[in-house]
Design a protein around this ligand. Sequence first.
Ligand code: ZN
Length: 120
Amino acid sequence: MDKKTLEKIKETLLFEKEKLTKELNSFAEKNEKIENEYDAKFPNYGDHEDDNASEVADFESDLYLEKTHEQSLKKIDQALLRIKNKTYGICENCGKKIPTERCLAFPTASKCMECKKRAI
Ligand SMILES: [Zn+2]
């Protein structure tokens, strides 16, 4: 992969990371002890029964979003690490090159299509 493409992918990853971090910060608190771990805050809308019900409902969807965002952040960090270690674009399973088009479409991809298919 040429340097320019790699730079572009790195930019995409960093942009995505910032976006996810911002979103997480809006409803969750960063866990200071563990990297890329967040704890969803329990919302407080009021003390009515209706308020309490929507608090619980929103908290549950926040928890779900928190988990998926965390996973995405971890994948982004792993991809950034692979760029740093110059192993980016190489399938972690079979060692073959991942096509550039696939890397551009899925910057966090760590496996080639064949291995990905086999994993599912
Ligand atoms: Zn592979």
